[in-house]
Design a protein around this ligand. Structure first.
Ligand code: SF4
Length: 180
């Protein structure tokens, strides 16, 4: 896997101050994509153990609330192995820091169905998944942590436990915690 960017002070992609990893490679090609250069799987730099060590170091300060995975597409089958290895090490080192991921795939139709391979270990590390492609016709700048109204903020542990999608209820009580 290659990656495009790492941000060590991101406040836009999940609660609190976070480290964000933008991976390379995405096959969705959403019109209006915010990060078109990262569609190419060869864009950016190789994702190595040295990069994982750098991320672990960035996550160390107590004010960093967690790690967010974006792209590109973190659930492309060819990206999953490197990300699972990263998440293994992050969770072993910082079990209380949250993990968020953004995907153009759908949680139920694509990710849990096995269509993208066995995602069970990957999902076991996630707290929230923002799913679905960016749809320009549904773009809404007032939405928190997502670009278009079709995208869902999914509470992954609660959804896996319930066997149905449970939306994430945010810490300020602005989410409704609705079930679909
Ligand atoms: S899924 Fe994300 S990175 Fe991929 S084309 Fe759509 S908006 Fe761009």
């Amino acid at each position: 896997m290659n990656y495009a960017t790492i941000k060590n002070c991101d406040i836009a992609n999940g609660p609190g101050v976070r480290v964000s990893l933008f991976v390379s490679g995405c096959t969705h090609r959403c019109p209006g994509c915010f990060n078109e250069v990262a569609w190419d799987f060869n864009y950016g730099e190789p994702f190595t153990q040295e990069v994982i060590d750098r991320i672990l170091n960035m996550l160390k300060p107590p004010h960093i609330k967690g790690l967010t995975l974006l792209g590109g597409e973190p659930f492309e089958p060819q990206n999953q192995g490197a990300i699972v290895e990263l998440l293994r090490q992050v969770k072993a080192t910082y079990p209380d820091k949250s993990i968020w991921a953004f995907s153009g795939y759908l949680f139920d139709r694509d990710i849990c169905s096995g269509r993208l391979g066995d995602t069970s270990e990957y999902l076991s590390y996630l707290d929230v998944l923002v799913d679905g492609p960016f749809v320009e016709a549904k773009k809404n700048l007032s939405l928190r942590f997502r670009g278009s109204e079709n995208q869902r903020l999914i509470d992954v542990p609660a959804s896996l436990k319930a066997g149905e999608i449970v939306l994430w209820q945010d810490w300020q009580g602005q989410g409704k915690g609705l079930r679909k």
